[in-house]
Design a protein around this ligand. Sequence first.
Ligand SMILES: [Zn+2]
Length: 434
Amino acid sequence: MKKSPDDMTAMEKEIWKEEVLRSVAETRKKCQETLENSEKTRAKLRETEKASDEFEKKWQDFQDKFSETLSALATNIGSSIGKSVGGVFKKPEYEPKKMSPEDASELLKDKRNIVILTGAGLSAASGIPTFRGNDGLWTKKYKYCETPEELATLKFFKVHPEVKWQWTHDFYDLCKNAEPNAGHKAIVQFQEHCKLNGKQCHLVTQNIDDLHARLIQESKILKPTVTSEGEPGFGFTDSVYEIHGNLSYSRCFQECSKALKPVQVPDKELSLEDQIPKCEECKSIMRPHVLWFDECYTQELHQAETVQNIITADVDALIIVGTALATNMASRLVSNCLLKNILTIDINIDPACDYGAVVEVEGKSEETLPKLFSSFKPKILKCESNGKEVDKNICSKALKKNPKVYPTKLRKIAIAAKAGKTKSGKNKKVTSKA
Ligand SMILES: [Zn+2]
């Protein structure tokens, strides 16, 4: 028969405490697995049947309560035996370090699986107002609605689609005329560096302004967005997960198909009703390809399951740019990393995290991101005979003819660059600048 803690010697008590802690940690690990499995099942369920908003809310409540209860349980047990219980459900201490982008960059050097999460703050320097900011389009008054939140709902669209489309066309004009800023460019450069160096870099954006996708389209190294209408996956790329959609596309409101169509600038002479685009197939109205506040994420339209899998994978660094984490998936993604004490670089005017291993980089993202990523440039190749920069595609063509000329590193770059167009070029011996 087991002794009660009161009858134990000091040594036995220590051993007993360790055993209790181990079993609590194991139980919590199992609970975490259950939660993750439930999450996967839920994602599958949602794909096969369109569950109600209520379901999503209940699920979120359940998940929050489950985490809270376990966290409280662990803390109680820990404090009752005089030890803290480490693990996934206890919020790690919050000791944010303020750092320069250059110093934060050093921390990224050995990281292999990085997630970048961006929000409206990133696009502010491109002239696109943030949703909760006090400027620009969001404060413009539209008929029948009081607040921008109200305008961005399915409920509103069902009653006044012409007003929602009026707003959409205004915002579309704004985005179309905006240019990606230095922050967007630095991110693409870092993505290219990762791809060429066998690292994972997942870019997840809450922005609907198309600015990431436009830059990715110009990259010869990253996987481009499918731009041929009618092709499977048209409008999507896994070089950027646009979890809230993209305003450059629309889809059938009646869902006769989920295929995306490019948004067109309407004839402003027409009445607002006549400016609403119509489905070519079933003649019903089209809707913007954007996730509204009263809607749920899906795999097909928002790549929700894919992003969920990224969250639960072995991420070793997270970079948050210009987001207050006010939306569901973004906050889940971040809290998953914070709870695991994963390095989190927070580039926000108002820091978005309140626990975890957070590094705060102060400053505007269009200024800090180029510094953060400046040492992660894709390699520039130089021709040995004339010293000129060599197009990676020429390198790839030359490699085909004579693979022995190139060191392994260059061969890798050339193979990765194969995706782009091939220009004509002579079989020149090249060497890396770096
Ligand atoms: Zn249709």
